[in-house]
Design a protein around this ligand. Structure first.
Ligand code: 13P
Length: 340
């Protein structure tokens, strides 16, 4: 098997998934604001060290997505973060897009930028230890959204990014996120997600991307967060699986869901319900940001004396999601955290 396919497979190894710790400066500031901690370079470094140094997390975490600043930072003892992760058998990754910007001549739709100079940046990131990358595009659901224009321009850019990654020996995670805000139904979410995936795999194929060396990081199919009658875990699992069976080629080794604002326990329960219906043509795993970090962030509060409690909280979420990889999660397992 070639290196890209091997790395992709290792990222979705049994019982494991990915930690997304690649919050941009603006996003990490928002997270720190929620716990009243100033977003300084050293606070960001200390927080990321807390996560990466958590003993035993590597039993459930196969890879970590870093931000440009983070891949260049080191632990307090001077060990560069990519080296710290590698020493635990965790694969370092890197967010390479430059964010979702207004798409010209649309009503508030976005196009993700960052292709200029990407070949050179990928070469540098590989030198720094990155073996996989991430590029996120976003889409909204409304009567006229996502537009064909937004769907296809983002699919084209995602495929250009993915081709450059494969050329550089880096596994591309393609992340088309259909935002689940609003009052839409489960069916509307499925329809928008299906259109986005269909365009994405058309462009990836046309741009000669080898699917076996990629991973997909999508939203789950959900009722809108503000919808009145929201679907439960079984319906979410069935609608999401139906959509992905139609639109994601079996050559893709793994689907690593984002959490996208679901509560941490919902994100775990949904993944579990899908895996309980397996086996599937692809591994179904996680690449969560908020759903892995929220309790740890809250426990930390920016205080060194809380590092251990924060690490326990992060370890627990990693373990719960590890269980959801095999359909063995049960909500009663949540009580274990309090018992430690
Ligand atoms: P969430 O799981 O918080 O949605 O973050 C995942 C991610 O990387 C979004 O780009």
């Amino acid at each position: 098997m070639h290196e890209l396919a091997e790395t992709a497979k290792a990222l979705v190894a049994e019982g494991k998934g990915i930690l997304a710790a690649d919050e941009s400066d603006g996003t990490i500031k928002k997270r720190f604001d929620s716990i009243d901690v100033e977003s300084t370079e050293d606070n960001r470094r200390a927080y990321r060290e807390l996560l990466f140094a958590t003993a035993g997390a590597e039993d459930y975490i196969s890879g970590v997505i870093l931000f440009d600043e983070t891949i260049r930072q080191s632990a307090a003892d001077g060990t560069p973060f990519p080296k710290l992760l590698e020493s635990k058998g965790v694969i370092p990754g890197i967010k390479v897009d430059k964010g979702a910007k207004p798409l010209a001549l649309t009503d508030d739709e976005t196009i993700t930028e960052g292709l200029d100079g990407l070949r050179e940046r990928l070469a540098e990131y590989r030198e720094l230890g990155a073996r996989f990358a991430k590029w996120r595009a976003t889409y909204s659901i409304a009567s006229d959204k996502p537009s064909e224009y937004c769907v296809w321009t983002n699919a084209h850019a995602l495929a250009r990014y993915a081709a450059l990654c494969e050329e550089a020996g880096i596994v591309p995670i393609v992340e088309p996120e259909v935002l689940q805000d609003g009052t839409h139904t489960l069916e509307q979410s499925a329809k928008a997600t299906g259109r986005v995936l269909q365009a994405l795999y058309t462009e990836l194929h046309d741009q000669r991307v080898d699917f076996t060396g990629t991973l997909l990081k999508p939203n789950m199919v959900l009722s809108g967060y503000e919808a009145s009658d929201r679907a439960g875990a079984d319906e979410v699992a069935e609608a999401t699986l139906e959509c992905f069976y139609k639109h994601v080629p079996a050559a893709v080794p793994g689907i690593v869901f984002l959490s996208g604002g679901q509560t941490d326990e919902d994100a775990t329960a949904h993944l579990n319900a899908m895996n309980a219906r397996g086996p599937h043509p692809w591994q179904l795993s996680f690449s969560y940001g908020r759903a892995l970090q929220a309790p740890a962030l809250k426990a930390w509060e920016g205080r060194p004396e809380n590092v251990e409690a924060a690490q326990r909280a992060y370890y627990h979420r990693a373990k719960m999601n590890g269980a959801a990889r095999t359909g063995m999660y049960a909500p009663e397992m949540e009580r274990e955290a309090a018992a430690v």
